[in-house]
Design a protein around this ligand. Structure first.
Ligand SMILES: Cc1cc2nc3c(=O)[nH]c(=O)nc-3n(C[C@H](O)[C@H](O)[C@H](O)COP(=O)(O)O)c2cc1C
Length: 441
């Protein structure tokens, strides 16, 4: 009897405790090799601007996570994975259809690197973003890279015609069932095997009600994170981001246990932390401010924004360490060097890493620059283009060409004549008749 009373009292106490404790919110579990986006200030996915050296620079200055540039599923399927023996980077490569570039590194195989990963410095920090419009292709592409990254993100916000016409990017915002199907397939067929989380990056829709319906559908797919770029598909990048729907999106994500990352006009780590508090989101993502100067990830208390010169010097070092394509390096330098300084124009004329470090007066980096030029076949190691012929040489070449064509024509006529005469021999009958080629045996 006493025992029964005690048990009943204990049960009553437990029930009272349970009702007085605030209900704990659900959380979609983060897979063992995955990352929780909560509390993170991250580098946005950026085609061209988010290549490996830019990501390393963002991490150097304190970015908590980095997204790689969107990569289309088609381009990954059929690619080759290799470890670069010189740099130890993981490289996904393809045979380009129209390239004549040959590295002077000795392998002699023309190929282009479509994605490059630093397995040490990006470890547990890199999120791979897929461009896709099909669940089966998304799974095939994601499986190919999942072991090398900490998360797979689906781009559902790119407004460019290439993406939208292919049913990818922002087109997926208008086909929520298809988008949810892609995310569910990745959650089911990639996340458990590779232990990484699946996430999505969207834009806001025209009305809060439409966005809410979309977000409710997406957070029920098993994803661990959702990033919202606070612009609609039709808004231009220069238009100010709209944050009116943000609190609602954060609430819907929180109810479902999915991390919510905000994006759009976030300028720096300190700015991001203020916005996270103000809107109740879990993290923030920076694109254009980081493209210009990735030291925006460094808090004021740790030194704040570095000068462009300091950031550029570090950037160049990373580009050479990973054998970055010089056209991409120059593109990024054109974002990082202010247009008003003379180095901006001087940089455009540089054709090799040696020229870049000399122009920027980074004397200590010349040896490294020469070695990078050697590997990439640039500057003194480049294949010199054939000198243009003079007018006189051109006339001579034209004459030789005409003579050659004339003699080829005569030869062809001769051989047709010979062929026809052979066929004539083969055709039986009193009058020799030329047989059509298709009938000649
Ligand atoms: C050069 C560039 C490339 C971009 N490429 C991608 C991309 O590959 N995937 C993506 O989801 N968004 C891409 N974006 C959009 C950004 O990730 C981000 O959503 C947008 O720039 C808004 O952030 P911001 O206001 O900080 O610039 C790109 C933006 C820029 C400027």
């Amino acid at each position: 009897m006493a025992a029964t009373e005690e048990t009943a009292a204990a049960a009553a106490t437990a029930a009272a405790t349970a009702t007085s404790t605030p209900p704990t919110l659900p959380r979609v579990p983060i897979p063992p090799r995955g990352v929780d986006y909560r509390g993170k200030i991250v580098l946005a996915p950026m085609v061209r601007s988010g290549e490996l050296p830019s990501r390393l620079l963002a991490l150097h200055y304190g970015a908590d996570l980095v997204w790689g540039p969107e990569t289309i599923d088609h381009s990954l399927i059929g690619a080759t994975r290799r470890i670069n023996p010189r740099t130890h980077m993981i490289e996904y490569t393809r045979q380009p259809s129209h390239s004549h570039s040959r590295s002077s590194a000795g392998d002699g195989v023309p190929e282009s690197v479509i994605y490059r990963i630093d397995p040490a410095r990006e470890k547990s920090k890199l999120v791979f973003q897929l461009g896709t419009s099909d669940a089966a292709r998304a799974v095939a592409a994601a499986r190919f890279v999942a072991a090398d990254v900490a998360g797979i993100d689906v781009n559902a916000g790119c407004p460019k015609p290439f993406s939208v016409l292919g049913g990818m990017g922002a087109a997926l915002l208008r086909t929520p069932d298809k988008l949810a199907g892609i995310l569910e397939a990745l959650v089911r067929e990639v996340a458990p095997e590779f232990g990484v989380g699946i996430s999505v990056k969207i834009r806001i829709l025209d009305s809060a009600a439409e966005t809410e319906a979309l977000v409710r559908r997406l957070v029920a797919t098993g994803i661990t994170g959702l990033t919202v770029h606070c612009r609609t598909t039709l808004m231009r990048p220069r238009e100010r981001a709209l944050r009116g729907q943000l609190r609602m999106i954060a609430d819907v994500c929180r109810e479902a246990g999915v991390a919510c990352v905000m994006n759009g006009d976030v300028e720096s780590r300190d700015h991001a932390e203020g916005l996270v508090r103000e809107y109740g989101v879990d993290g923030a993502m920076i694109a254009t401010a980081a493209e210009k100067n990735p030291s925006c990830f460094r808090a004021e208390t740790d030194g704040g924004l570095a000068t462009w010169k300091e950031a550029v010097e570090r950037y160049l070092r990373f580009t050479m360490e990973v054998e970055n394509k010089i056209s991409n390096t120059k593109f990024l330098l054109s974002q990082m060097i202010p247009g008003r300084v003379p180095q901006y124009k001087d940089m455009q004329r540089c054709k090799s890493y040696v020229e870049l470090v000399q122009m920027l007066r980074h004397e200590g980096m010349e040896e490294m620059a020469r070695e990078t030029d050697r590997v990439l076949g640039l500057g003194e190691f480049g294949v010199k283009p054939e000198p243009k012929p003079s007018n006189k040489q051109k006339q001579q070449q034209d004459k030789q060409q005409q003579e050659k064509q004339g003699s080829n024509k005569r030869k062809r006529e001769g051989s047709v004549e010979a062929e026809q005469s052979t066929k004539r021999v083969k055709v039986a009958g009193p009058t020799p008749v030329a047989a059509p080629a298709s009938l000649a045996v």
